[in-house]
Design a protein. Structure first.
Length: 455
């Protein structure tokens, strides 16, 4: 019988191969990785408490390998096959993001691992968008785009075979996994040759830059690969000196004592030479650099408060420089509790519970109130890291790199059903995942203290 390697091992190998490929393709990516590593090192040196916290919570190991990428595909068939490809690496579609309202004709999900151990090992995620051809106004152009997409195959024969083999065997052998990584990587590679002539490219580009990006190439080139920083404000400050031109504002919540959700910034897309069919030269801008800082996952209640405050701040931050923008955000977000205890007591964020050393040594415990058990130092709670994305931030990242003003919204609206039909499976609800992790950790902690987990 074939010995299978774990899906998580394959994901780890793949994400490292992807990072190496991107490094070779985009030299600035290497500079970005160095800058992020430098700031992370300094942050940890300055804040030993943070270093210790990250170490005890399995976050320090993953920090250096943690990346998210993004791709955009054009058809249901491509999206469904990607779902099967990512399944080889233990990655499932989590969350539904509608970007049409923000003027981007796509809807998206994030492929990522979901269980604790897998996340601790390598939380590699890929933000995956499906072009909504139905939002193209001109019927002629829509048909032309659909025709071009129908004629391409973004997967190698080898990748297709290995994906099928994974499904029948329930995994891949070491040698098959090696081949899979190589073959799957081809799907994400950059192509200097467009599949269409310059006129077609320009017609699609005039409709929306994103449509040209998805339709005119052999595959869904990875358009950025994002490392995780512990201090995004500092990396943003140092970017210009390192030769990177960051977008004006950092997306997401402001800097906080207890970081929440996700903060992101990117540097502008590269203009790259392209050879079009008919041997004409042109350029295309698609690939950019991005960094992220992650904080605690919010509950539905916390998320509602976040969305409300973000909405309020948007009216006051339009057109401001990042510094002024961050000042206004900080003011508005003063209404968001900023200690772990308050976030937890008010049910705004998700926490993972563990028994402490004292808890393990304590004899019979009469107390059953979770809050009291924490006060007595018998169990402890730590924030669960947000592993997903934010639609408003994603729209901001898209727009800053597409170059449009992004003010025009599409008449289209969220259509999760259509997305799931294209995907061939439902997307997992991210809030349910966090709630389950919180609950099972609390149950386990209480059980280990001999307390029945009734709540
Ligand atoms: C994806 C943009 C969204 C993020 O981190 O929110 C994104 C894209 O440009 O394809 O990557
Ligand atoms: Ni991104």
């Amino acid at each position: 019988m074939t010995t299978l390697v774990s899906h998580h091992e394959i994901r780890d190998r793949f994400s490292k191969a992807m990072s190496a490929m991107y490094q070779a393709e985009v030299p600035q990516y290497e500079t970005l990785l160095e800058l992020v590593a430098e700031v992370n090192r300094e942050t940890l040196e300055r804040d030993p408490e943070l270093a210790e916290r990250l170490a005890t919570h399995d976050e320090l190991n993953r920090l250096g390998v943690e990346r998210h990428g993004a791709i955009r595909v054009g058809s249901a068939e491509e999206l469904a096959m990607l779902r099967r490809l990512f399944a080889v690496m233990g990655m499932v579609p989590v969350g539904y993001y509608d970007l049409s309202e923000a003027g981007v004709p796509v809807h998206s999900t994030a492929f990522r691992p979901i269980d604790d151990e897998a996340l601790a090992r390598n939380p590699f995620r890929v933000f995956t968008s499906l072009l909504r051809l139905e939002l193209i106004e001109s019927p002629e152009l829509r048909e032309r785009a659909a025709g071009i997409l129908a004629a391409r195959d973004i997967f190698t024969t080898g990748a297709r075979e290995l994906i099928a083999l994974n499904e029948t065997q329930g995994g891949l052998s070491d040698e098959q996994a090696e081949r899979f990584v190589e073959e799957a990587l081809e799907t994400f590679r950059w192509h200097r040759d467009a599949t269409v002539d310059l006129d077609t490219y320009e017609a699609l580009h005039a409709e929306h830059r994103l449509i040209a990006d998805v339709v005119c190439f052999r595959g869904p080139h990875i358009n950025h690969l994002t490392p995780r920083t512990l201090d995004i404000d500092e990396v943003q400050r140092r970017m210009p000196a390192a030769g990177m031109n960051p977008k004006e504002v950092i997306e997401g919540p402001p800097r906080r004592a207890c970081p929440i959700l996700l903060r992101q910034t990117s540097f502008k897309a590269l203009e790259e030479p392209i050879r079009f069919a008919g041997d004409r030269q042109g350029t295309h801008t698609a690939r950019f650099g991005e960094i992220e800082q992650r904080g605690v996952a919010l509950t539905a209640k916390g998320r509602t408060l976040y969305d409300r405050l973000l909405g309020e701040s948007r009216r006051r931050t339009a057109g401001l420089s990042n510094e002024a923008h961050q000042r206004v955000l900080a003011e508005v977000f003063a209404d968001f509790p900023d200690t772990e205890a308050e976030l937890r007591r008010q049910g705004l964020a998700f926490f993972e519970y563990r028994t402490t050393e004292a808890g393990r040594e304590a004899g019979a415990i009469a107390e059953t109130e979770v809050e009291r058990l924490i006060e007595q130092g018998l169990i402890m709670a730590r924030p669960i890291t947000y592993e997903d994305f934010l639609p408003v931030s994603a729209a901001g990242i898209f727009q800053s790199n597409l170059g449009g003003d992004g003010s025009e919204a599409y008449a289209g609206h969220a259509n999760r059903e259509a997305f799931e039909e294209a995907l061939g499976a439902p997307v997992t609800d991210e809030l349910t995942l966090y709630a389950e992790r919180e609950r099972s950790s609390l149950d386990a902690a209480l059980t280990s203290l001999g307390i029945p987990p009734v709540r």
